[in-house]
Design a protein around this ligand. Structure first.
Ligand code: SF4
Ligand code: SF4
Length: 244
């Protein structure tokens, strides 16, 4: 067997050898005439992809009640121990001093449908790794993630978001909680998406207990004129505010 070295690649010719030391500049020169792709953040904010995992949000039902029932499943699912939840009974609300709110009780004041609601809710964004396991664990779809990614601050304490920082704003026509559930419904009707907005009974209750509530005028309009309803589940005898 011969010991002579035989390169596998063909040898460069004399001209290629001559320009070899400056060949890399060709890449630089050709790139100078391509369109710029650098994002001019923060002057220009490019929207992330729709499924981007950003800041969390605690959602509401169409009548304004909160979806969070304080079950703590999100906190147990979190691998970074970033979530702290304290649930409380709707019965403990001051408006319910003379009654006990049960799972199928649509009367009395509620922060969320059923017996319980999330009284304390914190997410520590110094710990969160935006994995999304918490939103998968949530049984009521109360917790979702928005596309908001600007989560920085000058203090550590400021990066612990409280319930009021995470709660979705009241949409047009929603009635601020607490207030009774839509009459004749159970929490199951809410979970199934059958509640489509506040009813006149709910509006009257809030008008009696909080006459200065700023959400009353818009909610009253929705309660009397109704929102467009989609066909589907439920019966025609259901009260206003429930999908017919
Ligand atoms: S996204 Fe992940 S790390 Fe962040 S709070 Fe949810 S489960 Fe915890
Ligand atoms: S956000 Fe969902 S999982 Fe977490 S406490 Fe509320 S209802 Fe339970």
């Amino acid at each position: 067997m011969s010991d002579e070295y035989k390169p596998l690649r063909p040898q460069a010719g004399p001209i290629k050898e001559l320009f070899a030391p400056v060949a890399g500049f060709g890449v630089t020169l050709s790139s100078m005439f391509r369109p710029t792709v650098t994002e001019q953040y923060p002057r220009q904010k490019v929207p992330p992809q729709k499924r981007y995992h950003g800041r969390h949000q605690l959602n509401r039902y169409a009548d304004g009640l909160e979806k969070c029932i304080g079950c703590e499943l999100c906190a147990w699912a979190c691998p970074a121990d970033a979530i702290y939840v304290e649930g409380a009974d709707n019965s403990a609300l001051p408006e319910n001093a003379d009654r006990v709110v049960t799972a199928d009780d649509s009367g009395g004041a509620h922060m969320s449908p059923g017996e319980r609601y999330g009284a304390v809710y914190q997410i520590n964004y110094l710990r969160c790794i935006f994995c999304g396991l918490c939103i998968e664990a949530c049984p009521t779809r109360a917790l979702t993630m928005t596309n908001e990614y600007e989560l920085a601050g000058p203090t550590r304490a400021g990066l612990i978001y409280e319930k009021q920082d995470l709660l979705a704003p009241l949409g047009e026509g929603m009635l601020a909680a607490p207030h009774p559930m839509v009459e004749g419904t159970t929490d199951t009707d809410y979970y199934r998406g059958d509640v489509t907005g506040p009813t006149p009974v709910q509006v009257s209750w809030v008008a009696e207990h909080r006459p200065d509530d700023p959400t009353l005028p818009a909610a009253e309009k929705v309660a009397t004129t109704g929102r467009p309803r989609s066909a589907g589940r439920g019966t025609a005898t259901r009260p206003a505010g429930v999908r017919a």
